[in-house]
Write a protein that binds this ligand. Structure first.
Ligand SMILES: [Zn+2]
Length: 559
């Protein structure tokens, strides 16, 4: 017998404990003591089932943190506080993952997250890496094949996520959301409304073919519309899970937001004051702080960095008498290597073992390390890929190859015998793209290269995210010049590119469909399909390669 009373124009559901035995003549009492709830949050996990290789600097120390079994153990430890608790994620849970997850279409990450008790995950841009149909399979389960990889290769009946993907701002032509946008959780006496969404620029960050027919709506308008609906359903306070973020210095903070700036801040400013917490992501920075609301109150903004290195332990105290949030606390707790959760470890071990033979297979040799560039500029690794892609498609008429710096996910370091494994090249290029030979005029090619200099959501202001050419092509650029005039020289085989001449180049299908903002590439005429990107790199390394030299691109301003 749940009783309702009107209060401040809202419906208040009195808890059973108060309602039982209540006589019809007496007013139904409602909780008057402040209640604290717990929200545990991660973001940008990117399928990091195993302990991530790269150490992070936290409190001035270099430490290695994370791994799904250790996240699970840390969550159990934090939940032992005994508060009403919910575990959430702010996007990029899957996609751009290490081999043990990516090789199996991130199915093991879904299984591990089911096991460790994730409840809600807002979609990020990488949830769309394999297209919206495959994303729906992640939620609903099944073994339908939507990519070049075979689903259900280890677990024959993949049942999908027990947690819920939220996508409030991802809408089809009819205006319906691809997945639910909101959820309500009764946390002790507090009814909490959750809204989940990705950044509105998602369509420019993923392969357009995979999000065809979908629109990514404005974050503030979407959040505020959802807020009205959740309040109408009786939500006491609201939480926004958003795959958009901020930057701080230093990069990873247990608490505080030193030097806070970034695209999520205007969103935080613009949303309904009823949002008492914004769990953010995408930038891979870690922070936790209080910010003012437009109504003169306060709210929390958090991010747990990336790859499950941290879990944000968020506590919100609700004062039922004043019908408002009375207290906040948020801290990024390092996922240290203690006793792992055995059930999650069993899932991780099963998939790591299944992937091991594929990962260990030697594909070829490289004379030395080929590092990547974290700012997506020219690097030995990017040049190596561009060379491989050109080599794989010369017989199809390709005159040069181009690789987007953002698709180069790591560097390559051969073993002492110079050997490179499939696991290494998979980590370098985890997206499973195909190669395409396209024909462009010299003028179109110039416009493609002009699109390298752009504003994006990863960094403040404008920056270059280069398209790295094969060894027979070079270009000079000058960032001091106005937009659209920065490419000052382009040479193929040492000869200047002519505006009216036609050129055949090889890029991946992500770029051909306008990915990374290269819309000018969609004007090209598709000449031939060049096969999987990894096959090209494998064939190239199989011949044994020197480390490519740098200098194919020249920044004349030198900044
Ligand atoms: Zn992201």
């Amino acid at each position: 017998m749940l009783k309702q009373v009107q209060h401040d124009g809202r419906v208040w559901f009195a808890g059973l404990a108060f309602a039982v035995g209540a006589c019809s003549t007496a007013p139904v009492p409602r909780p008057t003591q402040p209640a604290t709830i717990q929200i545990l949050a991660i973001n940008d996990f990117h399928g990091n089932l195993e302990l991530p290789k790269a150490p992070v600097e936290l409190n001035g120390q270099q430490v290695r943190l994370g791994g799904a079994a250790h996240i699970a153990a840390k969550l159990s430890q934090l939940r032992a506080a005994g508060l009403p608790t919910v575990t959430v994620s702010a996007g990029d849970l899957i996609g751009a993952s290490p081999l043990a997850s990516a090789y199996y279409l991130d199915e093991p990450t879904i299984l591990a997250m089911n096991q460790l008790g994730l409840d809600l995950n807002a979609v990020g841009n990488h949830e769309f890496d394999r297209g919206s149909e495959e994303l729906k399979r992640m939620q609903l389960g099944g073994c339908q094949k939507y990519t070049s990889r075979q689903p259900c290769a280890v677990d024959p009946a993949f049942a999908g996520a027990k947690f819920r993907f939220l996508a409030a701002n991802v809408k089809d032509a009819g205006g319906n959301t691809l997945l639910p946008g909101t959820a309500i959780r009764q946390m002790g006496p507090v009814k909490v409304g959750f809204v989940g969404m990705t950044l509105k620029q998602t369509a420019t960050l993923v392969s357009p073919a995979g999000v065809r027919g979908l629109a990514f709506a404005d974050e503030i308008a979407t959040a505020n519309e959802a807020a009205q609906a959740l309040k109408a359903q009786g939500a006491d306070t609201l939480v926004l899970l958003i795959h958009q973020g901020a930057r701080v210095k230093p990069t990873f903070n247990v608490s505080g937001c030193p030097g806070l700036e970034g695209e999520v801040l205007p969103i935080v400013d613009g949303i309904d004051p009823a949002f008492s917490l914004v769990v953010s992501g995408h930038t891979h920075f870690a922070y936790a702080c209080e910010l003012p609301t437009s109504a003169g109150g306060r709210r929390l903004l958090t991010s747990a960095g990336r790859y499950g290195i941290l879990v944000t332990d968020i506590r919100i105290t609700w004062d039922p008498a004043r019908r408002s949030v009375a207290g906040w606390r948020a801290e990024n707790v390092p996922v240290v290597q203690g006793q792992p959760d055995s059930a999650v470890k069993a899932i991780v071990d099963r998939y790591v073992a299944a992937a091991a033979p594929a990962a260990a297979r030697v594909v070829g040799t490289l004379a030395g390390p080929a590092p990547n560039n974290e700012f997506d500029d020219e690097s030995e690794a990017a040049n190596l890929i561009a060379d491989a892609q050109w080599a794989a498609t010369r017989n199809l008429g390709a005159q040069a190859g181009f690789m987007n710096g953002g698709g180069v996910r790591t560097g390559l370091v051969p073993d002492p015998q110079g050997r490179i494994t499939f696991g290494q090249i998979f980590e370098l290029q985890p997206f499973g793209n195909g190669l395409v030979v396209v024909e462009l005029t010299g003028e179109q090619l110039k416009r493609v290269l002009e699109q390298q200099f752009t504003k994006d959501s990863y960094s403040p202001g404008e920056r270059s995210r280069l398209l790295l050419p094969s060894a027979n092509f070079a270009f000079d650029y000058d960032l001091a010049k106005p937009k659209g005039q920065r490419i000052v020289a382009m040479r193929l085989e040492g000869k200047p590119i002519e505006a009216a001449a036609r050129y055949r180049i090889t890029v991946n299908n992500f770029l051909v469909s306008g990915g990374d903002g290269y819309s000018a590439l969609t004007e090209g005429k598709v000449i031939a399909d060049g096969g999987p990107d990894l096959d090209a790199l494998e064939a190239w390394l199989a011949k044994g390669q020197p480390v490519p030299t740098l200098g194919r691109t020249r920044n004349l301003a030198g900044n």
